[in-house]
Design a protein around this ligand. Structure first.
Ligand code: HEM
Length: 229
């Protein structure tokens, strides 16, 4: 990465901001942040969309209900992307929550203890790497009944859960969580209102350790009626 002393002051993006304030971090750190940002933003969102397509494809009842909800959503409001129109798509919110729970796009988080920590009588010394196993929590049967089943309806009864943290938590909570959810909702809406699709047998998700479709996610797709925005 090259730094120019003649950077246009009108530039106003992340890279520009980081370079301008580069006294706060080294150039390798800045590169790491920018690449990390792109990776976090693109890969996680596209994997969640692929998983939602897969899980809905395996559960025709949920696909039908989602299509019905999308049909009822006010198209004018959605074209202007109003917050209310997006939030009112309740079943869509449940589908996204459930995809993130079962899919475990980010299965683990890494932390280092800054001082000795006493956790329920166990002393974790300063400098220890601690791994939060989010996937284990999301698949814990004491927190989610039949945890391996894709059941978006379970979210009708859950208003808030301390056992669900696909976007992490605390000071490093994902800053892109809402934009990611909006992107997923808009993608699914466009797909499901305009197309019927079937899964083709070979596409299976694997966790290695991040979720991916090692043979891609082939689907058979058919346009339905007039295109919706
Ligand atoms: C479904 C999609 C996404 C998932 C599952 C996801 C998940 C996460 C998780 C679990 C963390 C916390 C990492 C940690 O605590 O160590 C995180 C952090 C972060 N995410 Fe996301 N993310 C998604 C989409 C996005 C998008 C769209 C953006 C940007 C527009 C983004 C930007 C970031 C950034 C910059 C951080 C680091 C925040 C910090 O360290 O202060 N993510 N994400």
């Amino acid at each position: 990465m090259l730094r120019s002393d003649k950077m246009d002051e009108k530039e106003n993006d992340l890279l520009w901001y980081c370079l301008k304030n580069s006294s706060l971090a080294s150039i390798p750190n800045i590169c790491d942040e920018v690449v990390g940002f792109i990776f976090a933003a693109l890969l996680n969102t596209q994997n969640t969309i692929a998983l939602a397509i897969y899980l809905l494809g395996k559960c025709p009842k949920s696909l039908r209900q989602l299509r019905d909800e999308f049909k009822q959503t006010d198209t004018d409001e959605l074209a202007n992307l109003t917050w209310d129109a997006y939030k009112n798509m309740e079943f869509c919110q449940s589908v996204i929550n459930e995809t993130l729970r079962l899919g475990n796009i980010v299965p683990r988080l890494w932390r280092k203890t800054l001082s000795d920590v006493n956790y329920k009588g166990y002393i974790i010394p300063q400098g220890t790497t601690v791994i939060t196993h989010i996937a284990a929590m999301h698949l814990d049967p004491s927190a989610f009944e039949n945890p391996n089943i894709f059941d978006p309806w379970r979210w009708q009864a859950i208003k808030k859960s301390n056992n669900w943290m696909p976007f992490g938590g605390g000071a490093r909570h994902c800053i892109g969580s809402e934009i990611a959810r909006i992107e997923i909702a808009m993608f699914l809406r466009h797909l499901i209102l305009n197309y019927d699709y079937e899964l083709v047998e070979s596409g299976q998700p694997v966790a290695s350790p991040l979720v991916k479709f090692s043979t891609g996610l082939p689907i058979r797709i058919h346009p339905i009626g007039k295109m919706n925005p």
